[in-house]
Write a protein that binds this ligand. Structure first.
Ligand SMILES: Cc1cc2nc3c(=O)[nH]c(=O)nc-3n(C[C@H](O)[C@H](O)[C@H](O)COP(=O)(O)OP(=O)(O)OC[C@H]3O[C@@H](n4cnc5c(N)ncnc54)[C@H](O)[C@@H]3O)c2cc1C
Length: 286
């Protein structure tokens, strides 16, 4: 009986503590308990952000609340990426926000990029994935390692969402160890012949271009832009994922694809290029 009384007492104290903590957190985060939950700023990060950063964050949050939250549950249940959001993502500057304005980007810093990704993630990881792949894994390498012609041809369209891109690094037998990739190109004069396959590729089947990493004749990893419609290139979607269900994931299959040499990124050689892209993507994932 005494033990039982003590358990009730512990449970009661725990109940009071949890509720006081919730009330405190809600007051601290300056929100009404009947409204949407806003996470408290435990590390006082807001002190580091400029007014511009906060305005950007607020405008993306508004867009997510208005355009993403009401539809995302249904999209996830249906295992379908809400493609109609692409125009909106382009217009709010979520594609390549750090790319200079002369190539269609917003010319913002990487803190702003991180905040934009954080707000998209608040809506759904799938929406953030689509935007961070387009930004860090497609626009970033074209801007960083591409020729002037490649930058002018692809970046402005990727920034508006008129064009969608994906990033092909992971292979069926080589995920964590991309250096062992089997996808390769053979030099054939003014073009390369590309063979191999990639899997778990975000945006695969909705992409107009794929930024593909493949080994050349000498075993160096090269980055190249493979365009939808090139003979021998297909991008089948992976069905029945258990997670990230509102995101498009699929394969990239290359069967003797002729890739013009002007589509190869001229300013990078080796796996370092792909890994630099993944570093940029960390702003959107961490
Ligand atoms: C939803 C989704 C979207 C993705 N989008 C893309 C994309 O757009 N482009 C792209 O290129 N890739 C993409 N990927 C692939 C992703 O980058 C890989 O899944 C990742 O690199 C891991 O590879 P893997 O799945 O083959 O796992 P594995 O390499 O098989 O690893 C499985 C487990 O074993 C562990 N492990 C592996 N090697 C070792 C080791 N040597 N020592 C100890 N532990 C080890 C890993 O940490 C992991 O826990 C995506 C994946 C998912 C799930």
């Amino acid at each position: 009986m005494i033990i039982c009384d003590q358990l009730y007492l512990f449970a009661f104290v725990d109940y009071i503590f949890v509720n006081l903590r919730t009330i405190f957190l809600n007051l601290y985060s300056n929100t009404n308990m009947n409204t949407e939950y806003i996470s408290p700023d435990y590390y006082l990060l807001d002190e580091w952000f400029s007014d511009e950063h906060k305005i950007i964050r607020g405008s993306i949050r508004d867009w997510v609340n208005r355009d993403v939250k009401p539809i995302i549950e249904e999209a996830a249940q249906a295992h379908q990426f809400p493609k109609h959001l692409i125009n909106g993502l382009g217009s709010i500057g979520a594609f390549g926000s750090f790319i200079p304005e002369k190539y269609g980007g917003a010319g913002l810093d990487h803190i702003a990029y991180g905040l934009i990704m954080q707000e998209l993630e608040r809506g759904d990881s799938a929406v953030r994935s689509a935007a961070s792949v387009q930004s860090s894994l497609v626009m970033y390498p074209i801007h960083e390692f591409g020729s002037e012609e490649q930058k002018r041809k692809y970046l402005p369209k990727l920034a508006t969402g008129e064009m969608i891109g994906c990033f092909g690094l992971t292979e069926p037998n080589h995920g964590s160890d991309p250096a062992s990739m089997e996808t390769h190109v053979i030099d054939n004069g003014d073009h390369y012949i590309l063979n191999g396959s990639k899997m778990w590729i975000t945006n695969s089947s909705i992409s107009d271009i794929a930024l593909v990493w493949a080994k050349d004749d000498q075993g160096f990893v090269r980055g190249m832009i493979v365009e939808k419609g090139m003979k021998g290139f297909s991008a089948p979607e992976t069905k029945n994922k258990w997670s990230l269900r509102a995101s498009v994931t699929g394969e990239l299959v290359f069967d003797e694809v002729k890739v013009p040499k002007e589509n190869v990124l001229p300013n990078i050689l080796g796996l370092k290029g792909a890994l630099m892209c993944l570093n940029s993507a960390r702003y959107g994932i961490a």
